[in-house]
Ligand binder design. Structure first.
Ligand SMILES: Nc1ncnc2c1ncn2[C@@H]1O[C@H](COP(=O)(O)OP(=O)(O)OP(=O)(O)O)[C@@H](O)[C@H]1O
Length: 267
């Protein structure tokens, strides 16, 4: 099977993770090592998925990559700079859209939040909001409130909000886990389209191996906790991808099988 290859030719990686280690409750009786040693790079424009058994530390890793959580040791650099907080050029989308959108704000105002924080003026803000809502297939819901939309539509709003200030990188933690199967396929295709249109770098954590193969250029496979990198698998599937033909191709089947073996062997 294809395995690890150097991800970057020439340019510096957008994200570089070196010997990341994360323990919770250090020095206390309930100290717990979640991540033992994780190293990988993400190149500009690349789509990297992270998979691993339940409890492998996927959410912990993503939080460390976003600057929300400080590693115990090791180094995470975004565009060459060590992370100390969430950088402006990076956006995060979580699984639970119902907790990430502000229920008391209209869709337009939800999407406006990061633009206001970034100091974007009113006129330009309104233009950006209309653009990103159109980009996620939600042209005319701006005056509605989140609770008036379906789960899939709310997650589209969360994605639009994450894209509003034109980040260089999007980090996503199980972003499609709370929607039904058909909506999940639609959202997977949406994120692939958005990625292609905006030339954005994406790191997405999922427990769903098929989803990882369908979306990624490379898949980082974590071992069980405390996690290390089991293997980095290259995904040589053509783009644009298609839910029917890509998923039924022989290469897809082989990759899926290989990843299943890796993940279940270390469960
Ligand atoms: N705030 C915390 N305090 C203490 N331990 C924690 C904390 N958050 C996570 N852990 C522990 O760290 C380990 C990794 O958890 P994490 O949620 O990162 O894994 P995961 O791979 O995302 O899990 P899942 O696939 O079940 O969502 C687990 O053993 C968990 O109990």
């Amino acid at each position: 099977m294809p395995t690890s290859t150097p991800p970057v030719i020439g340019d510096e990686p957008v994200l570089s993770v070196r010997n990341l280690r994360k323990a919770y409750n250090v020095g206390k009786p309930d100290e717990r090592l979640a991540i033992e040693d994780v190293t990988f790079d993400v190149a500009k424009g690349e789509f990297v998925c992270v998979v691993g058994p339940s409890g492998a530390g996927k959410t912990t890793l993503l939080r460390c990559l976003s600057g929300l959580l400080r590693p115990t040791s090791g180094d995470v650099r975004f565009e060459g700079t060590p992370l100390v907080s969430v950088p402006d050029r990076l956006s995060v989308v979580f699984q639970d859209y119902s907790r990430s959108l502000f229920p008391w704000l209209t869709i337009n105002r939800n999407v406006a939040v990061p633009l206001k924080v970034a100091g974007v003026g009113k006129e330009q803000r309104e233009q950006r909001i209309a653009e990103v809502l159109r980009a996620v297939g939600l042209g005319d819901v701006g005056k509605n409130y989140p609770w008036q939309l379906s789960g899939g539509m709310q997650q589209r709003v969360a994605i639009a909000r994450a894209l509003a200030h034109q980040p260089d990188m999007l980090l996503m933690d199980e972003p499609f886990a709370s929607v039904d199967a058909q909506t999940r396929f639609d959202l997977e295709d949406l994120i692939l389209e958005v990625r292609a249109q905006l030339d954005i770098t994406v790191v997405l954590v999922t427990h769903d191996i098929d989803e990882a193969v369908y979306l990624a250029d490379r898949v980082v496979v974590l071992s069980g906790a405390p996690s290390t990198v089991e293997e980095i698998v290259q995904v040589p599937l053509d783009r644009p991808r298609n839910q029917l033909s890509t998923r039924s191709s022989e290469t897809f089947g082989k990759l899926r099988r290989h990843l299943m073996e890796l993940v279940t062997a270390h469960h």
